[in-house]
Design a protein around this ligand. Structure first.
Ligand code: NAD
Length: 487
């Protein structure tokens, strides 16, 4: 048939698809099919893990200098094949082409370069211990790769989030078995080609497709040949995956959902703050784990912020990803839109006032099959409402007034999540004070989404366990052996 198969990649080669085990992916902008994905069965997962175990041993023994040089070549090769990656990401996600270029694929290149640098520069620490009886002990820790790491990632920033884990894992000498989201299987599959082109040995990078409980992802996390699991996705799935990993007691890193707050004080520069808030609510159609869904505004400027943000929301241009004027793409799927629509209905039942949006936009016949939604803002809700307690993951936010700094901190921290926060203020000391008081993995002041890849990244509460980035990645993807020698 003329169907385009998106295949699994195991032990250095794409696997011929089994026509009985396919599922379709759709372009979220139009609803048109992108391709047919070959779903890995338990036997294929087994083959991938065994290949990774075999290849991983040799890869771990390869000098760091060679491993990191290979990662730099991978970055160069992605740069050469840049537009192919952009096209694949846009077809899977429906996001505007400019965003795929400037964020997703650009960051994939940066991920490979940054983690090559970090791992190449990392040293081992050693120290002497003087005992009371005069003996001296030499202690040092040998950091060794974990072995085979299962990497499970979501659909919102597919290549960016994948390479954020794969680059440090490989640099540290691990082999990986990757399970991309069923919604966005293409770029992880394409990356296999690039890594082979720059000389990564067969078996070190493997890709398996599948979805849901009792399928490829779960065969992988429960496989005895896996030495660690790094997962990005929703808190509910994360909790489930944690239970599947628990019996074998493997190290885990979980980057999960958020219900992120912004706190806006009345001393701000309105224009700059509105631009920043608009980005933090609506970027990637609200489908970034770091997006703001709760906005607490000091009472004196509440109306200015509410009106100004609503105006900016109305100024967003929903449209074809190929159109340079498009600022905002669709939601990832109809199923996800149904979920967001349920929250829109719930907000109204809870007595919300809709400032703007609240429904499905009319975008013409070409985009009628897409999973589009209007950017939406509410007032009139409180932290007691479910809409302010549960992650929605769409271009939606509620604005709530506050009076004092303490009240704002209390409202922002009144959540089961703890991923990200933003503080908007021109008061230097207040900015530091409030940002530091946030129970969140990252707390910005007067900016949003700026990321230093050497900084630790992760979340508190339902937002996850562990940190990655910089040295934290080095620590997660390796395990030390303390050698103690009596001199
Ligand atoms: P999801 O939890 O539905 O899926 C994530 C991945 O897990 C997918 O690849 C999926 O196929 C896989 N999976 C599902 N069931 C599994 C199972 N039983 N065993 C193994 N794997 C399984 O999440 P999603 O809808 O793809 O992504 C959106 C979510 O991700 C949001 O909650 C968002 O906040 C979160 N997210 C978090 C971060 C972060 O860094 N903290 C970044 C991006 C997205």
């Amino acid at each position: 048939s003329s169907e385009r198969w998106i295949r699994n990649y195991v032990d250095g080669g794409y696997v011929d698809p089994d026509p009985e085990r396919g599922f379709d992916t759709l372009d979220p902008a139009t609803g048109a099919p992108v391709g047919r994905v070959h779903e890995a069965d338990a036997a294929l997962v087994d083959r991938a893990v065994l290949a990774a175990r075999r290849a991983g041993e040799r890869w771990a023994a390869t000098p760091v200098r060679e491993r990191t040089a290979l990662l730099r070549r991978a970055a160069d090769r992605i740069a050469e094949r840049f537009e192919e990656f952009v096209a694949a990401e846009v077809a899977d996600t429906g996001k505007p082409v400019a965003q795929a270029r400037e964020l997703d694929v650009a960051r994939a290149i940066t991920n490979f370069r940054t983690f090559a640098d970090i791992v190449a520069a990392a040293g081992q620490e050693s120290f002497l211990t003087e005992l009371p009886d005069g003996r001296t002990l030499l202690n040092y820790a040998l950091r060794k790769p974990l072995g085979v790491v299962a990497v499970i990632v979501p659909w919102n920033l597919p290549l960016l989030l994948l390479t954020w884990k794969v680059a440090p894992a490989l640099a540290c000498g691990n082999a990986v078995v990757v399970k991309p989201s069923e919604e966005t299987p293409s770029t992880a599959t394409l990356l296999a080609e690039v890594l082979a082109e720059v000389g990564l040995p067969a078996g070190v990078y493997n890709v398996l497709h599948g979805f849901g409980a009792g399928s490829a992802g779960e065969f992988l996390t429960t496989h005895p040949g896996i030495d660690g699991v790094t997962f990005t996705g929703s808190s509910a799935t994360g909790a489930h995956v944690m239970r599947t990993v628990a019996p074998r007691v493997r190290p885990v890193s979980f980057e999960l959902g958020g219900k992120n707050a912004a706190v806006v004080f009345d001393d701000v520069d309105l224009g700059e703050t509105l631009d920043g808030l608009s980005r933090s609510v609506f970027a990637n159609t609200g489908q970034v784990c770091l997006c703001t869904e709760r906005i607490y505004v000091q009472r004196g400027i509440f109306a200015d912020i509410a009106d100004g943000l609503a105006e900016r929301a109305r100024g967003l241009r929903l449209g074809s990803p190929q159109d340079a004027a498009t600022t905002t793409g669709p939601l990832i799927s109809h199923a996800h839109r149904d979920k967001v629509l349920r929250y829109l209905a719930l907000a109204e039942q809870s007595g919300a006032k809709v400032l703007t949006g609240g429904g499905i936009p009319e975008l013409g016949p070409d985009l009628a099959g897409g999973s589009w939604i209007e950017p939406t803002l509410w007032t009139g809700l409180t932290n007691a409402d479910r809409v302010l307690r549960e992650e929605i993951f769409g271009p939606v936010a509620a604005l709530v007034p506050f009076d004092t700094e303490d009240e704002a901190i209390g409202l922002a921290n009144d959540t089961d999540y703890g991923l990200a926060a933003v503080v908007w203020t021109n008061d230097l000391r207040r900015g530091h004070r409030v940002a530091g008081a946030m129970r969140a993995g990252i707390s910005w002041v007067n900016t949003w989404f700026a990321r230093e890849l050497r900084s630790p990244f992760g979340g508190a509460g339902l937002s996850g366990i562990g940190r990655e980035g910089g040295e934290s990645s080095l620590h997660f993807y390796t395990e030390p052996t303390n050698v103690c020698v009596q001199l």
